[in-house]
Ligand binder design. Structure first.
Ligand code: FPP
Length: 239
């Protein structure tokens, strides 16, 4: 595939782990365990394709409402992933980052995130961004509150803000907007994910459950993306 038609940033909702497990008579956490394996294969494929940014929705703000046992299972998987993959990320030039309100995560995970981000900060191949304790409305509100609490913003009546300026207060300030969004499991929703950033993103949905989403499935999404014409509100002739 010509690199010209590859997206620079892919954002994924890895949905369907629970249903995948249920269909096999397994506990939900087994679906998540298989989900991490699928994620690792996709991270490798994205790096090999030299796609610079990959954002994975690993834990949503609303996921805190799931049964305690499932939350604990997900946190253990995350802990294990960070502990065992830190070195591999470093070796492979992966720069690890997160978006979301990570202050809500257990302390040990917070520490691991800080450590992994620091160790891998010079990675030049692909930036892997995990959305953790993330929801888009929460991100936007945190951005607004940061602006309101900033010294010197007391006289707000005479102050306007540009899109570019506002973007600098979002968790994603260091990353370009996604070019391609993928959601697995046959759900056709954005579910509070990157609402600001997905404004001009190409959307791709597949019925495949996340644990079955292989690099071959990723190639199908990339083929579809390459066929789309992105106009950013302009006409074909203006492009
Ligand atoms: C959605 O499936 C998936 C999640 C809520 C969690 C996704 C997390 C992982 C794959 C693990 C973390 C990843 C890394 C790389 C550490 P669901 O449980 O909503 O499935 P369902 O809709 O079928 O119930």
């Amino acid at each position: 595939m010509p690199t010209k038609t590859l997206p620079k940033h892919i954002a994924i909702i890895m949905d369907g782990n629970g249903r995948w497990a249920k269909a096999k008579g397994l506990p939900r956490v087994e679906g998540h365990r298989k989900g991490v394996e699928a994620a690792e294969e996709i991270i490798t494929a994205v790096r090999e394709l030299k796609i610079p940014y990959l954002t994975l929705y690993a834990f949503g703000t609303e996921n805190w409402n799931r049964p305690a046992e499932e939350i604990q299972g997900l946190m253990l998987l995350l802990e294990h992933f960070l502990k065992t993959r830190q070195e591999k990320m470093l070796k492979n030039g992966i720069r690890f980052r997160t978006i979301g309100d990570t202050s809500k995560l257990p302390q040990n995970i917070g520490q691991l995130i800080a450590e992994t981000s620091e160790i891998t900060k010079n990675g030049k191949e692909t930036t892997l961004i995990l959305a953790l304790s993330y929801s888009s409305r929460d991100e936007i509100l945190r951005a607004v509150n940061r602006i309101l609490l900033k010294p010197g913003t007391s006289n707000l009546e005479h102050r306007t803000i540009t899109e570019k300026e506002f973007s600098q207060y979002l968790d994603t300030k260091d990353f370009p907007d996604p070019d391609l969004f993928i959601r697995t499991s046959g759900e056709y929703r954005i579910s509070n994910y990157l609402l600001w950033q997905l404004s001009y993103t190409e959307l791709y949905f597949t019925k495949t459950m996340w644990p079955d989403f292989t690099p071959q499935e990723l190639m199908k999404a990339l083929d579809e993306y390459a066929k789309r014409e992105r106009r950013f509100g302009k006409t074909s002739e203006q492009l």
